[in-house]
Design a binder for this molecule. Structure first.
Ligand SMILES: Cc1cc2nc3c(=O)[nH]c(=O)nc-3n(C[C@H](O)[C@H](O)[C@H](O)COP(=O)(O)OP(=O)(O)OC[C@H]3O[C@@H](n4cnc5c(N)ncnc54)[C@H](O)[C@@H]3O)c2cc1C
Length: 368
């Protein structure tokens, strides 16, 4: 089966070196960060595709899907494979369609929309956009590695969401060109409200081959951390920044102790036993934010300019779902449960959770 499938695909792919069957390659490109979940870990570890195909054009994507349709072969679409729910794992084997070679940034329009292929890395887009006075409205903490196509098919939001909401909000995604998954695949355009038929659909109804993703004017950012004696103090301070439109911010995060103790590479910003707030603020407001933190009882432990994805330390590497990664490095038994809280009743919700679960849970809050 495997050889026959690869041979058939080599006929429709211009260069057969982009049809991969080496067992180690199949193993690597059949998995993502599914192992974050103690439930998925035993279920998905042994799943593997029969062949990986790396198309470089819409014509090749069409040809692969046509062949798959004809032979009823399952297709699993893959970007950078950083999804953490097993969305890239080929449950029924078949073809893994790896889009990382379709990675062109075609243009940034004068009104700030990036037009690109799906395999473009978000970090590359952020860097290129900032050169032209724009930046991403939001990105996952996997910025350096993750692809635009994978983020829009499997992600939800991230750094920037405190100002711009989630991917589904505010026309953040303008249009998709999609190759449909049906017996005779078609190339269709989804724009306006029809974007939502494809957004966050995990590649189950089609393959995005071209994306129109809205940007925002670039801002000079400062990354800042402040330590507080209690979680409640850190939460209230960060919330006051997050909800006040007068502050221009890109990130507003709170960690209760001992989560900050997991961040070993940045231990200089951590204070033992204290909660940590992590904020990206417009550099013009950094001084005022330091003063506000001090007034709220915080100690500013770090402040430095953000200069794009290569900034070191890049504090977003500790936020969103990277926090779980640091926790699992400290103790592999940690996992996470993503919860939404009421903006008006969250403190009562926290209290009820503590009452019920005690020390079994730790709070990490991202404001959206
Ligand atoms: C440490 C860590 C931190 C993370 N932080 C965040 C975060 O802050 N916010 C967030 O939203 N997510 C986060 N994630 C999840 C994930 O990294 C992001 O959603 C990321 O954007 C996925 O991009 P990717 O290229 O790796 O996609 P992949 O994992 O390759 O794919 C994700 C999904 O998209 C589908 N897909 C990929 N390309 C296409 C395409 N062209 N057409 C159709 N379907 C396609 C795949 O089939 C899969 O279902 C995190 C994950 C980890 C491991």
């Amino acid at each position: 089966m495997r050889e026959g499938l690869a041979a058939g695909l080599s006929e429709v792919i211009a260069d057969s070196s982009r049809v991969l069957t080496a067992p180690t390659v199949l193993e690597r490109l059949s998995h993502d960060f599914y192992w974050y979940s103690p439930v998925l870990r035993p279920l998905l570890a042994s799943k593997v595709g029969d062949v990986v195909v790396q198309p470089v054009s819409v014509a090749e994507v069409l040809a692969v899907l046509r062949s798959a349709g004809k032979h009823e072969t399952p297709v699993t679409v893959r970007g950078a494979g950083t999804g953490n729910y097993g969305q890239c794992v080929p449950l029924e084997s078949g073809i893994v369609l790896d889009l990382t070679l379709m990675d062109k940034l075609e243009e940034i329009t004068p009104d700030g929309v990036a037009v690109c292929q799906p395999g473009l890395r978000l970090g590359v887009l952020e860097t290129e956009a900032r050169k032209q006075g724009w930046e991403l409205r939001m990105y996952p903490s996997t910025l350096a590695k993750a692809s635009v196509g994978g983020f829009l098919a499997g992600g939800s939001g991230g750094i920037g969401s405190v100002a711009h909401g989630a991917l589904r909000d505010f026309d953040n995604v303008r249009a998709f060109e999609v190759v449909t998954m049906e017996e005779e695949p078609r190339v269709v355009l989804h724009e306006g409200a029809a974007v939502h038929e494809i957004l966050h659909a995990w590649g189950t109804n089609g393959v995005r081959t071209r994306i129109w993703f809205a940007l925002t004017p670039a801002v000079e950012w400062t990354q800042l951390t402040a330590a507080f004696d209690t979680y409640e103090q850190a939460f209230r301070f960060t919330e006051s920044i997050a909800v006040d439109v007068a502050w221009t911010k890109r990130l507003a995060t709170v960690f209760e102790w001992p989560i900050p103790s997991f961040f070993t590479p940045i231990k200089q910003v951590v204070r033992s036993g204290k909660a940590l707030a992590l904020i990206m603020i417009a550099t013009t407001q950094a001084g005022a934010l330091c003063a506000a933190a001090a007034l709220a009882g915080g100690e500013v432990t770090f402040a430095c300019a953000y200069q794009g994805p290569r900034t070191q330390p890049l504090l977003s590497d500790y936020t969103w779902n990277h926090t779980t990664l640091w926790a699992m490095k400290a103790d592999a038994a940690y996992t996470y449960l993503q919860c939404g809280f009421s903006p008006t009743e969250c403190e009562e919700q926290f209290r009820l959770l503590r009452e019920r679960f005690g020390d079994e849970i730790l709070f990490h809050i991202e404001f959206m």
